[in-house]
Design a protein around this ligand. Structure first.
Ligand code: ATP
Length: 265
């Protein structure tokens, strides 16, 4: 997957994302359908929305949903980190930013995901920051984009309070979308999405775990829980009968049970 402008359609599907229903609706409306049915939007002369800023606590699915949007739309995906952009490109000034957007246009439809957007704006005004300033101005020029042909920009931040208002104007990151910590039902939906590809024993009550035992967990915490429970299960099966010479394992026994979740919790 891209870090420097090379892109592919990501493999994250809507089914891999739990909760976040409101975002799914928004992105279907503003990105997925316009990419899939461009003629209809053209016929109505719709001014498309192309800039979005996801904000909210860490680990709640901002990156994941941006990837799922690109996948659902069949669009390419470029993942750029704010801090990297600064460190890497400052010396090369505005040209690099222009090249980035140029590449996105070349492989459009394309979703550019700018993680840690706040890193860009908080560097403004620091000592010797004139280069940063020029880089930012070029960035804003590209966002304003006279020529945005099927290039959508999704920014993400945990610190919306420090974002320069210049970024939030319509046409730039004009649509602010909150990605909250999940509630009990959303936690259950996330846990099921994460556990979908795991051999979970049918007796495990994922709803109960998510609702009763994971208060305050983010999606990333839930992913970590499943990973820990998986390790517990693997550990149990690989260390039992360790001294036996017989190393044939019946993989139908390889399931993650309630006890493993309890140990993980
Ligand atoms: P950060 O602000 O720290 O960059 P983020 O909001 O971008 O975090 P993600 O990187 O999308 O969070 O989530 C981290 C991991 O947590 C995902 O790879 C996934 O395993 C899990 N996760 C988070 N939210 C969800 C969700 N809504 N559905 C399913 N998995 C989730």
């Amino acid at each position: 997957l891209t870090r420097e402008g090379f892109s592919i359609v990501p493999d994250v599907k809507w089914d891999d994302v739990g909760g976040l229903e409101h975002l799914r609706l928004e992105f279907n409306r503003y990105i997925v359908r316009p990419i899939k049915k461009p003629d209809i939007y053209k016929a109505f002369g719709v001014d498309l929305e192309t800039g979005f800023l996801l904000y909210g606590p860490p680990g709640c699915g901002k990156t994941l949903i941006a990837k799922a949007v690109a996948n659902e739309a069949g669009a390419n995906f470029m993942h750029i980190k704010g801090a990297e952009l600064l460190n890497k490109y400052v010396g090369e000034s505005e040209l690099a930013i222009r090249t980035l957007f140029q590449r996105a246009r070349t492989c459009s439809p394309c979703v550019i995901f700018f993680d840690e957007v706040d890193a860009l704006t908080t560097s403004r005004g620091k000592e010797g920051a004139w280069v940063v300033e020029r880089l930012l101005n070029q960035f804003l020029v590209e966002l304003d984009g006279g020529d945005r042909r099927n290039v959508y920009v999704i920014g993400a931040t945990n610190r919306p309070d420090v974002i320069d208002p210049a970024f939030l104007r319509p046409g730039r990151f004009g649509n602010l979308l909150y990605v909250p910590l999940p509630n009990a039902d959303e936690r259950a939906s996330i846990l099921k999405a994460i556990a979908r590809k795991k051999p979970i024993d049918p007796s495990v009550d994922l709803d109960g775990i998510a609702k009763m035992k994971c208060e305050g967990f983010s999606g990333a915490d839930l992913a970590h829980l499943v990973q820990k429970a998986t390790f517990q299960a693997v550990e149990e099966i690989t260390t039992s009968g360790e001294d036996d010479d017989d190393d044939i394992t019946d993989t139908s026994q390889c399931t993650i049970k309630m006890t493993h979740f309890e140990q993980a919790l």
